[in-house]
Design a protein. Structure first.
Length: 126
């Protein structure tokens, strides 16, 4: 399981878009983060150890690429959050959002469509 820090998510989002060198990552992220190349190098090293990224020699510079998909990491992070905060209960999380009036009409329609789709999938597997 790969767990990413907020900063590592920024790098991974860029790498999911396109493979990048350290310089390309610095140029893409420096305005938003203020990171210099040394910070990028340190973070990439940590991410390599986690198994999130790897690199290939690209001539003059290493070209980094993701070893995990956005979907894999997103699901792991979501399940971890759900377990930590709501003891694994999706119902408790949705109820908290409803109680806090944090759902817009559009989000309610989207959730309804997702639940209908889940219901159809469940009926097919029975």
């Amino acid at each position: 399981m790969v767990s990413l820090s907020d900063g590592e998510w920024k790098i991974m989002n860029r790498l999911w878009e396109c493979e990048s060198t350290i310089t390309e990552l610095k140029n893409a992220l420096s305005a938003e983060t203020g990171w210099d190349k040394h910070i990028i190098i340190t973070m990439l090293s940590r991410m390599e150890k986690k198994g999130a990224v790897a690199y290939r020699d690209g001539g003059r510079a290493k070209v980094f690429y993701p070893l995990v998909t956005r979907e894999e990491v997103s699901m792991q992070e979501t399940m971890g959050f759900l377990q930590k905060v709501y003891r694994g209960s999706l119902g408790m999380m949705v109820n908290a959002m409803v109680e806090d009036q944090a759902l817009s009409e559009e989000e309610i329609r989207e959730l309804t469509a997702i639940l209908e789709q889940a219901k159809k999938k469940g009926a097919k597997s029975e």
